[in-house]
Design a protein around this ligand. Structure first.
Ligand SMILES: Cc1cc2nc3c(=O)[nH]c(=O)nc-3n(C[C@H](O)[C@H](O)[C@H](O)COP(=O)(O)OP(=O)(O)OC[C@H]3O[C@@H](n4cnc5c(N)ncnc54)[C@H](O)[C@@H]3O)c2cc1C
Length: 403
C-alpha cells in the first residue's frame, strides 16, 4: 500500500486539521473525574459540534446522515483528532457499532427515528449483550422476551458490564425468545428505552475510579410492537454484525491504543538512573518493536479496507497485541515512575483501565481460538452443546458431570 495521502485525502486532512485548529478550544479536557454529569454534557456538546462539521459517521451512507466516505477518511479524522490532542466522540459504541447494526438490519422506521439523534449525541446508546453467565459464551444468554397480545414484548433478565448505560437513552439488547431450539437460534435483538418502567441501572466502579460500566436489571419491561431489530429468532446474525463492527472499532483504533514507543522513551529519559538501566532499555526496546509491528499490521488492515474487503478474524490479533503491549508499558512506567504513576496523571488510565480491555471485545483466549480454527485451520474446540435445545442444556450438563 502507498502510505502517503492521495491528493484528495491530503485536501480532506487539511480541512479536518484546519477545523480542529479553529474549534479545539471547545473540546472537553479529558476524563473529568469528579463531576461526571458535567463531563458527559461537555463531551456530548463536543460530539454535536463534530457531527455538525461532518466528522461523525464519516463512513455512514449520506441517506442516514453520514458522509458516505471511505474507511481511510475515517482514519484521517481519527489521526487528526489524536494529533490535535482532543477527545474523540462520546458515543463510540453507538456510532461505531450499534448504528451500523441498525443500518444493516433495522426497519426503515428505526433508521429514521434513531440514527440522526445518535450521530449528534442527543441520544447516546449502550450495548446490552453480556450477562453474568454469558460473556465469551454470548449465545448462552438468559434474558427472556415473550410476546404480549398486541405484538409487544415483555422482557426480564440481567445484563452486566454495560458501558455508558448510566446516561444512555437506548440500548440494543439480545434476548432469548425461543428456548426450545439450539442456543444460537432462539435469540432476538431489541431496541430498549433505558427510561422504561422496570429498568434498573446500578453503576460498577472500576479500579480507575470511574463507573464507566453498570449492571442493568429488567423486571417485566414492556416493549412496543416493532422493537425487534431484524427477524424474530434471527438475533444471532444481528449480533455478529455488531461484533464485526466492534472488532473494527477496537482494531482500527488500536495503533498502540493511543500510545507510542517515543512517548514511553521520553518519560524514561527524564529519569537518568532508569534511562541507563539495561533492563529498562531492553523492555522499552521490546515494547517499541511490538508497537511498530502493530502499526504495520494496522496498515495491512487499512489496505484491506481501502480495497473494499472486510478484515477477517485475523484482525482480532491486533487487539490482543495492542492490549498486551499496553499492559507491559503500564508495568514498565509503574516501575520507573513509582506509585505516583497511579495518582491520576498522564499514566493512570494506561495502568488502571487498559488491562480491562483484555476482556472487552472478545478475550485473548477466545480470539486466539478463533484464529486457530478459522485462519490456521486447526481442529475446532469441542462443543458439547451443539444441536441441543437451550432449555435442555442444564439437564444435559448435570448428566455429563454425573449429578
Ligand atoms: C471495559 C469493558 C467494557 C465492556 N463493555 C461492555 C458493554 O458495553 N456491553 C456488553 O454487553 N459487554 C461489555 N463488556 C463485557 C465483555 O464483552 C465481556 O467481558 C467479554 O465478553 C468476556 O466475558 P466475561 O467477562 O463474562 O468472561 P468469561 O467469558 O467468563 O471468561 C473468563 C475467562 O475464561 C476464559 N474462557 C472463557 N471461555 C473460554 C473458552 N471456550 N476457551 C478458553 N478460554 C475461555 C476467558 O478467555 C477469560 O479469560 C465490557 C467489558 C469490559 C472489560
Amino acid at each position: 500500500m502507498d502510505l502517503n495521502d492521495t491528493p484528495e485525502q491530503a485536501a480532506y486532512r487539511e480541512h479536518v486539521r484546519g477545523w480542529l485548529e479553529q474549534n479545539k478550544q471547545h473540546a472537553p479536557d479529558g476524563h473529568g473525574r469528579g463531576d461526571e454529569e458535567a463531563a458527559v454534557e461537555a463531551h456530548r456538546s463536543w460530539q454535536r459540534r463534530l457531527a455538525e462539521a461532518g466528522f461523525v459517521g464519516v463512513t455512514w451512507p449520506a441517506e442516514h446522515g453520514g458522509q458516505g466516505r471511505g474507511p481511510l477518511e475515517q482514519v484521517v479524522v481519527n489521526q487528526e483528532i489524536a494529533r490535535a490532542g482532543v477527545p474523540g466522540i462520546l458515543d463510540t459504541i453507538g456510532v461505531g457499532m450499534l448504528g451500523p447494526t441498525l443500518i444493516a438490519h433495522g426497519s426503515d422506521e428505526q433508521k429514521q427515528r434513531y440514527l440522526g439523534p445518535m450521530l449528534h449525541a442527543d441520544e447516546v446508546w449502550c450495548q446490552l449483550f453480556s450477562e453474568p453467565a454469558a460473556g465469551s459464551d454470548l449465545a448462552g444468554i438468559q434474558a427472556r422476551a415473550t410476546r404480549e397480545t398486541g405484538g409487544g414484548w415483555r422482557l426480564s433478565g440481567q445484563k452486566v458490564w454495560t458501558t455508558n448505560a448510566q446516561f444512555a437513552a437506548f440500548g440494543l439488547l439480545l434476548a432469548r425468545t425461543d428456548p426450545d431450539v439450539p442456543k444460537h437460534r432462539g435469540l432476538t435483538m431489541f431496541v430498549v428505552p433505558m427510561d422504561a418502567e422496570g429498568v434498573t441501572i446500578r453503576p460498577l466502579r472500576q479500579i480507575s475510579g470511574e463507573p464507566e460500566f453498570n449492571e442493568v436489571f429488567f423486571d417485566d419491561v414492556l416493549l412496543e410492537p416493532g422493537s425487534e431489530v431484524g427477524a424474530v429468532d434471527g438475533g444471532w446474525g444481528v449480533a455478529l454484525t455488531t461484533l464485526m463492527f466492534e472488532r473494527l472499532t477496537i482494531g482500527a483504533g488500536s495503533e498502540g491504543l493511543g500510545y507510542s514507543g517515543d512517548r514511553f522513551a521520553k518519560a524514561i529519559a527524564a529519569d537518568e538512573v532508569a534511562a541507563a538501566d539495561p533492563e529498562v532499555r531492553q523492555r522499552l526496546g521490546a515494547l517499541s518493536t511490538e508497537l511498530l509491528a502493530l502499526r504495520f499490521t494496522g496498515y495491512r488492515l487499512l489496505t484491506a479496507l481501502s480495497r473494499g474487503q472486510i478484515p477477517g478474524p485475523e484482525a482480532g490479533l491486533g487487539k490482543v497485541t495492542a492490549v498486551n503491549a499496553a499492559i507491559e508499558a503500564g508495568d514498565l512506567i509503574a516501575d520507573v515512575v513509582g506509585p505516583e504513576a497511579l495518582a491520576g496523571g498522564e499514566w493512570s488510565y494506561l495502568i488502571s483501565f487498559l488491562p480491562g480491555l483484555k476482556s472487552a471485545g472478545g478475550t485473548e483466549e477466545i480470539l486466539r481460538s478463533t484464529v486457530g480454527e478459522r485462519v490456521l485451520g486447526l481442529p475446532p474446540e469441542p462443543r458439547l452443546d451443539k444441536g441441543i435445545p437451550f432449555s435442555e442444556l442444564r439437564a444435559k450438563e448435570r448428566q455429563e458431570v454425573g449429578a
